[in-house]
Design a protein around this ligand. Sequence first.
Ligand code: NDP
Length: 319
Amino acid sequence: MKKALICGISGQDGAYLAQLLLNQGYSVCGTSRDAQISSFQNLIHLGIREQVKLESMALTDFRSVLQVLTKIQPDEIYNLAGQSSVGLSFGQPVETLESIATGTLNLLEAVRFLGKRIKLYNAGSSECFGDTGSIAADENTPFRPRSPYAVAKATAFWEVANYREAYGLFACSGILFNHESPLRPERFVTQKIVATACRIAQGSTEQLYLGNMQIQRDWGWAPEYIEAMYLMLQQQHPDDYVIATGESTSLEDFVAAAFASVNLDWQEHTVIDNSLLRPTDLAVGRGNPAKAANNLGWQAKYKMKDVVQMMVEARLAKS
Ligand code: NDP
């Protein structure tokens, strides 16, 4: 039985990945900064809380990382932990950089130190590209990060590439574009939109406050993006891959789709709030997933409108 270690198992991707790996027959262990107090709601939601082993691990503490790796002896490690919000990274730049860049470096060092053939997946981000404009970014597109989060993710990306090249580690970065699901917390704009639209449809008189609605993003469905992470570690050679739908739409289109799916006109319920604008933002994010299609046989089936529909249905079913 293969053993997988998922760092950041309490998050959206961690929970879906745990489910996928359990279905593949893996023994799954997951980490949280404090496994004693974390509620693991996402694992409970998916009905797999009792099937995974949980450990406390602080990625920024090398001793803690080494201790968990030595105890669990994983065949595969998926690093999904770290401060994951672009917006929050402007307010917590140091925490963001340390949890992502130092955290990834500690994992790479621990794998190198142990000298075992452990495969490592690292959660990279499309935010590293900065504004892609109308040309979809691929694995050769230069990084122009425009937030503390993106700077940290770019650093971690090059750490992974360097350890692969210098020490022959089987380490991959997935450069994932935005992927959403009912497990997204409300501090992410997509869930905020869906949750607010559903509450208004159920009688709430609140308004939806948003910053720049003209930004365009390439939004996909988290459960299928998880499959790409798994596939990267099943290849003969480690490599980096862009994972995206290949289609971008504006935030306004996302809002319109969410309100339309509960039979409301978004314009009657949405207010622009300039205090929500970021110091720097990306106008357009668009990815080219051709390499993933060719090498991994991976392709996104669900596009923005499907994602909105599935998130709205899940929200309404909950209330
Ligand atoms: P989540 O925020 O849902 O989960 C991230 C996990 O990391 C949390 O469960 C938390 O675990 C841990 N974490 C949070 N803050 C910190 C911190 N300051 N220091 C250390 N650990 C922390 O993220 P997702 O599941 O959505 O994303 C997984 C990974 O993929 C992240 O690295 C994210 O940046 C990246 N990514 C996500 C994209 C998306 O669209 N979802 C797009 C591109 C990249 P605990 O509290 O239990 O310790």
